[in-house]
Design a protein around this ligand. Structure first.
Ligand code: ADP
Ligand code: MG
Length: 398
């Protein structure tokens, strides 16, 4: 267990500056934030700090700039969104490791926070350079890591600064995420335990799938991930997205899954996904016509997956069941989302993790009907696969 912000005595932190690593890696279109879930999720920690008379200095990355300023990946739009969402004054300063930033952190007061420019503009962030960590550490008197989505990275602003700032504690979002996801790692969780996996990036998800095959009653696989498993069983997949390099591992896992790995019995295919509107057909999963691509789980699979999900007493879902950004290819994903809401309402504990799957649940208006929608994709997967999270390791023990 790690020390939490909640454990710090008020008189020890009042009047001081907290360097807070947040996860504002959010989608930005021009100068507008298009999904503010992660900004909202940072609210409880920021409010707690302000209530305790602490001055918050917020650090985050967004996107993958190459260690140099990139105007398209500035956090400036986040400063505006943060001000609107949290109703606090937000000062924005660039670059994050400048003397000006240190000056701004010292003059901060009242209901105001300081937001630093994208930490990945700085060479040394991703390589966890100790000189950079030292400069960033001058922006706070103690450290709070509340960037759940970045806990699986050892960067200067996540683990490096913790070498130079004490106390170094977990924020409220990190605590909430670990509590919810931790329930999925417990031996005595409520059964049936159902896992639904989809999306692409199968190589990232295979360790998780292997871990869950040992513990879950059923692992439902949809999305492009299912295409790879079907191809591994020897079925021709036409023009579907298949991850060739994962075929061997998929075949091996399928071989020892003992019937717990469920693939869709049918699929929605289209000859031309770009057509408006696209022509679609429902076909058996082992009968994908050569000129078509599978873009969603089929009608029977939607029903059978939904039945399993509704009956789950513990559910973990990561990855959309199809190319959900393009209706009508979102129907399989929507069916699973509705079934997850039913599972919650009948007393099940339901967790959705993964950027796109979380977005799909929110797009369906069902986020409030899921026990926990995680703000972290890769970090949630790493934690559930049993890997240690460097960002967490670096914090003080409770
Ligand atoms: P998450 O972010 O939830 O972890 P991933 O990033 O692994 O999910 O995958 C999401 C992406 O996979 C989405 O862009 C979705 O359109 C795509 N996808 C899912 N199924 C298919 C499919 N059958 N064909 C093409 N793309 C798919
Ligand atoms: Mg994704």
């Amino acid at each position: 267990m790690k020390r939490s912000l909640r454990d710090l005595p008020g008189d020890e932190i009042a009047g001081r500056r907290a360097l807070v690593r947040v996860d504002y890696n959010v989608p930005i279109d021009g100068d507008r934030v298009t999904d503010a879930m992660r900004i909202e999720a940072s609210g409880p920690t920021i409010r707690l700090l302000l209530e305790r008379d602490v001055r918050p200095v917020l650090a985050s990355h967004v996107g993958r700039p190459a260690g140099a300023p990139d105007p398209g990946l500035s956090l400036a739009p986040v400063a505006d969104e943060l001000e609107r969402r949290l109703g606090v004054r937000v000062h924005f300063v660039a670059p994050a490791d400048s003397a000006e930033a240190v000056g701004s952190s010292r003059s901060l007061g009242g209901e105001a926070v300081l937001l630093l420019e994208n930490t990945r503009f700085l060479p040394g962030e991703r390589s966890n350079d100790d000189e950079l960590a030292r400069r960033l550490a001058r922006l706070g008197d103690f450290f709070v890591n509340d960037a759940f989505g970045t806990l699986h990275r050892a960067h200067a602003s996540t683990t490096g600064v913790a070498r130079h700032l004490r106390p170094a504690v977990a924020g409220l979002l990190v605590e909430r995420e670990l509590k919810a996801l931790g329930r999925l790692r417990e031996e005595d969780l409520d059964k049936p335990f159902v896992v639904a996996l989809g999306g692409a990036k199968i190589a990232d998800k295979i360790p998780l799938l292997a871990a869950f095959l040992e513990r879950a009653d059923a692992v439902l696989v949809g999305g492009a991930m299912a295409n790879t498993f079907l191809a591994a069983r020897g079925h021709a997949m036409g023009r579907s997205l298949v991850e060739e390099e994962a075929l061997g591992r998929a075949r091996e896992l399928d071989g020892r899954a003992d019937g717990r790995l469920r693939l869709p019995e049918d699929l929605t295919v289209t000859p031309d996904p770009e057509a408006e509107p696209p022509e679609t057909r429902n076909v058996r999963a082992d009968r994908v016509p050569s000129g078509t691509a599978a873009v969603d789980i089929g009608e029977r699979a939607r029903r059978s997956f939904a039945r399993e999900v509704e009956g789950a007493r513990t559910l973990f879902w990561n990855g959309p069941m199809g190319w959900f950004e393009r209706p009508p290819f979102d129907e399989g994903t929507a069916a699973v989302a509705r079934a997850a809401a039913v599972a919650t309402e009948t007393g099940g504990f339901t967790v959705v993790g993964g950027g796109d799957s979380a977005a799909a649940v929110r797009a369906a208006g069902l986020a409030d009907r899921i026990s926990h929608v995680s703000t972290g994709g890769g970090a949630a997967l790493a934690f559930l696969a049993g890997r240690t999270l460097p960002g967490l390791e670096a914090l003080d023990d409770a």
